[in-house]
Design a binder for this molecule. Sequence first.
Ligand code: IMP
Length: 181
Amino acid sequence: MRIRFVTSNRNKFQEAEKIGGAYGIELEWIEREYLEPQGSDLEKVARMSAEMLAEKINPPFFIEDSGLFIDALNGFPGVYSSYVFKTIGNMGILKLMEGVERREASFVCVVAYHDGEQVKTFRGVVKGSISSEIRGDYGFGYDPIFEVNGRTFAEMGEEKNMHSHRRIALERFFSWLAKSF
Ligand code: IMP
């Protein structure tokens, strides 16, 4: 089965492509940037983005929206993760977390699949913590400051794909897809 993934992020596509392979699902990359609607809930943002995109791209396709939620910052940057990354980046987050002992954080991924009639969403969450310094050479975005079991995603390389929020959300989506066809 072949399915289209709309994203401007090459890293996301490559991660999803590998996970799809395990389910016999081949992904086609529609490289496209789109404006994300504002909202306080990742699931709503993903659903609305898919609905808006369906006016320009013929379904079926899926998108995904991810966010980093830091417990001590009451879930910040959350739905604003992309803007915060562009503005203050990993160094800015580490600065905000200076002297903060509670380091727990979650990475959340919501996949939104548009089948032509409706949008179905699949959520994946991984719990981890914010490191005290930037570590690792792989991955993208917040990977160098997000730790699971003492190692950052950027230190894990390929292994990130075994534990990530994206992995969990995509596995849910792909197994649902495999059952539905
Ligand atoms: P997006 O809106 O889903 O593209 O992601 C929000 C922000 O989180 C962007 O700055 C991404 O670079 C970052 N991000 C998304 N997924 C990941 C990930 O798997 N690891 C690290 N950062 C990520």
